[in-house]
Write a protein that binds this ligand. Structure first.
Ligand SMILES: Cc1cc2nc3c(=O)[nH]c(=O)nc-3n(C[C@H](O)[C@H](O)[C@H](O)COP(=O)(O)O)c2cc1C
Length: 179
């Protein structure tokens, strides 16, 4: 079983990024277990002096990252880059190396021509922390706001087949990385 931690960079209730990852979870193939990370809004602002102390939200983040074989992100762009809350999460992983060597990928749900600043920063920061970026599993799968159904999921078959390919690819990459 490959465990994939899903991290949305949005804390918005009706988030398209979270809906995309919820849909990934709903269609996860046999052999892949997805785990939802829901602690983004609870993380304290990163403080280097507190890096080794046991803030419960930071401990929970580190435990979830440690248990995951891979991490899949989906994030909005805010002001041309990552939302501060997601960058804050990533900052907490620098000192302890929680993402070092961890297979990672991301889905971009913004339409063509949007969100590229966030993607560039995510790539750069994940590279900085030594994550094992799987370029083949990083895909743009646009999700307009009206594409999220009342069940909170994305029904579009094109999105679903793309998301399945992303998850399978990342899981395969994680399996290869550990073998
Ligand atoms: C504070 C703020 C800043 C934003 N800045 C950008 C931006 O720089 N570029 C962009 O393409 N969209 C920007 N947007 C639009 C969001 O990326 C877009 O609404 C996205 O769908 C939000 O993701 P979510 O649906 O997962 O919450 C911004 C939205 C907010 C709230």
């Amino acid at each position: 079983m490959t465990v994939v931690l899903l991290i949305s960079g949005s804390t918005r209730a009706a988030s398209t990024n979270s809906a995309a990852l919820r849909t990934v979870s709903a269609i996860a193939p046999d052999g892949v277990e997805t785990v939802w990370y829901d602690g983004l809004a609870d993380l304290p602002a990163f403080a280097p002096d507190d890096d080794s102390t046991a803030h419960p939200a930071v401990v929970a983040l580190r435990e979830q990252l440690s248990r995951a074989d891979a991490v899949l992100f989906s994030t909005p762009e805010y002001a041309g880059t990552l939302p501060g809350s997601l960058k804050n999460l990533l900052d907490w992983t620098v000192g302890a190396g929680d993402l070092y060597g961890k297979p990672v990928a991301w889905i971009t749900v913004a339409p063509e021509g949007r969100g590229d600043g966030a993607t560039a920063t995510l790539r750069s920061v994940l590279g900085y922390v030594g994550a094992d970026i799987d370029p083949d599993a990083c895909r743009r799968l646009p999700v307009p706001r009206e594409g999220v159904g009342p069940d909170g999921l994305v029904a579009d078959p094109e999105f679903r087949s793309g998301a399945t390919a992303v998850l399978r690819g990342l899981a395969r990459h994680a399996a290869t990385a550990t073998s």
